[in-house]
Design a protein around this ligand. Structure first.
Ligand SMILES: *Cc1c(COP(=O)(O)O)cnc(C)c1O
Length: 423
C-alpha cells in the first residue's frame, strides 16, 4: 500500500470523503502532496508530477516562486493580521485599479465565493432588484445564490444543484445557456425590469474551457445596459490569467462589477470585488450594502498578491505563456489526430482543455456530451506517467511561468502514448 493510500484511508475517518473540497476526490484515491516547486508537485511516496492543475488556477508563476516566498516571509515576521488598515492594501489596490480597465475602487475579501456573493448583493443593492441571471455550467463559488446548474466539482460529482438551499433563494436565480443570444433576449423581454445582474465567467473555466462566441460579451454588455441591469464579470479564473487586465481587456468589453481571486492572491487566499467609485461606494461603511470580514485585506495575501502582480507587470510572463499555450493546444490536436482519436481542444493564453468528443463545445449541454469517463481514464493514465491534470472533464488546465517547452513536449509524448492505449 502506498503512503497516499494509507493516509487517504485514515483521512476518510476525519474528513468527509477524505478531502476538504470535492474537486480533490479522485479514484481510487488522491495522492497526498508533500511539497511543490516550480511546475511540479511531489507526493508523499516520492513521485513527482508536472502540474497542470496549479491549485485550480492561482499559481501562474508556479509553485513556491522565490520572490513571492520572500515577500510572504518578510511580511510574516511583521505580523499576519492587524484588524487595522495597512499601507500594503492601499498599494495593492492601486495596482489593481491600474491593471483592470473597469476598476476604480477595490474591496478585498478572502475567497472567490465571498467575492461573487458580495458582488451580487452589491448589484441588488444598487438596482433595487432581486433577480440575477447565471449561465448553465458556470461556477461562481459554493454559496446559495449561484449553486444552480453549477460547473466544476458540482457537475463532476453529480450535484450541480445543491440540497439545503431554499427554493425561495434560487427562485431569484434565472438560468441561460451560454452563447445563446435569443435565450437572454427572451429573459430580458419577460423579466428585464426585475433583473439586477447578469453574472458570468467570460470564459467558462468550470465546465472545461468554453470560449465566448465572437461578439457575445459585447451583446451581453448592450442588453444589460439597456435594461438597467449590472454586468458582473466573474474573473476569478481569467483575471491576471489572460493578461494583466483579464478578459475585459482581452475582449475589450467593460463590465460594471468584476470579481477576482485565485491568481490575485499569489497562492494565498483572496477574493476581490472591484467596480467604479459610484458603484463601490454603495458598500459599507459609506453605503448601505453590508460587507465585512476579519481577514479582509489580510497582509500575507496582500504581500503575495503584490509580489505576483509585480512579476506579471513585466509582460514577459504573458508572452511566454501565450507561446506555451499555443504549443500545448496545437500539440494535443496533433497527438489526438495521430492516435485516431476524436477530441476538441479549446483555450486561450495559458488556459486549455481537451474534450473527448468530436462535436463543437460552446455551452453546458454540448460540454456534457463529451465522454467524461474516458477522460478520467486518460487522466489516470497520465498521472501514472507523471503528469497531473485536474481529475475532471469539467475543469480547465493551466500553464505557469515555471513550465517550459521540455515539460510540454514530455506531456504531449505521454498524451499520445495514452490515447493509443485507450483507443
Ligand atoms: C474558483 C472560482 C470561484 C470561487 O473561488 P473560491 O476562492 O474557491 O471561493 C468563483 N468563481 C470562479 C469563476 C471560480 O473559478
Amino acid at each position: 500500500m502506498t503512503r497516499s493510500e494509507e493516509l487517504f484511508n485514515e483521512a476518510k475517518r476525519y474528513l468527509v470523503g477524505g478531502v476538504n473540497s470535492p474537486v480533490r476526490a479522485m479514484k481510487p484515491y488522491p495522492f497526498f502532496t508533500a511539497r511543490a516547486e516550480g511546475a511540479r508537485l511531489y507526493d508523499v511516496d516520492g513521485n513527482s508530477y508536472i502540474d497542470y492543475c496549479l491549485a485550480y488556477g492561482p499559481l501562474i508563476l508556479g509553485h513556491a516562486y522565490p520572490k513571492v516566498v520572500e515577500a510572504v516571509k518578510e511580511q510574516l515576521e511583521k505580523g499576519s493580521a492587524y484588524g487595522t488598515p495597512t499601507e500594503l492594501e492601499l498599494e495593492f489596490a492601486k495596482r489593481i485599479v491600474k491593471a483592470v480597465p473597469s476598476a476604480e475602487m477595490v474591496r478585498f475579501v478572502n475567497t472567490g465565493t465571498e467575492a461573487t456573493m458580495a458582488a451580487i448583493r452589491l448589484a441588488r443593492g444598487v438596482t433595487g432588484r432581486k433577480k440575477i441571471v447565471k449561465f448553465e455550467g458556470a461556477f461562481h463559488g459554493a454559496h446559495d445564490y449561484v449553486l444552480v446548474k453549477a460547473g466544476s466539482g458540482a457537475t463532476t460529482h453529480g450535484v450541480p444543484t445543491s440540497a439545503g438551499i431554499p427554493e425561495e433563494t434560487t427562485s431569484n436565480t434565472l438560468l441561460a445557456p451560454f452563447n445563446d443570444e435569443a435565450a437572454i433576449e427572451r429573459l430580458f423581454r419577460e423579466q428585464g425590469e426585475e433583473i439586477a445582474a447578469v453574472i458570468l465567467e467570460p470564459i467558462i473555466g468550470n465546465a472545461g474551457c468554453i470560449l465566448p462566441k465572437d461578439g457575445y460579451l459585447k451583446f451581453l454588455r448592450e442588453v444589460t445596459a439597456e435594461a438597467g441591469a449590472m454586468l458582473i464579470f466573474d474573473e476569478v479564473i481569467t483575471g491576471f490569467r489572460l493578461c494583466l487586465g483579464g478578459a475585459q481587456e482581452y475582449y475589450g468589453v467593460m463590465p460594471d462589477i468584476t470579481t477576482l481571486g485565485k491568481i490575485a492572491g499569489g497562492g494565498l487566499p483572496i477574493g476581490i470585488i472591484t467596480a467604479s467609485r459610484e458603484i463601490m461606494e454603495n458598500f459599507s461603511p459609506v453605503g448601505r450594502v453590508y460587507q465585512a470580514g476579519t481577514f479582509n485585506g489580510n497582509p500575507l495575501s496582500m504581500a503575495a498578491g503584490l509580489a505576483t502582480i509585480e512579476e506579471l507587470e513585466r509582460g514577459e510572463v504573458y508572452r511566454k505563456l501565450e507561446e506555451l499555450g499555443r504549443r500545448m493546444r496545437r500539440g494535443l490536436e496533433e497527438v489526438s489526430q495521430d492516435a485516431g482519436f476524436e477530441t476538441k481542444v479549446y483555450g486561450v493564453a495559458s488556459m486549455f482543455q481537451m474534450y473527448f468528443t468530436g462535436e463543437e463545445v460552446y455551452d453546458y449541454t454540448s460540454a456534457l456530451k463529451a465522454n467524461a469517463e474516458l477522460f478520467l481514464r486518460y487522466q489516470q493514465e497520465m498521472l501514472r506517467r507523471g503528469v497531473f491534470i485536474p481529475p475532471s472533464q469539467y475543469e480547465c488546465n493551466f500553464l505557469s511561468y515555471a513550465h517550459g517547452e521540455e515539460e510540454i513536449d514530455y506531456t504531449l509524448e505521454k498524451a499520445e502514448e495514452v490515447l493509443k492505449v485507450l483507443k
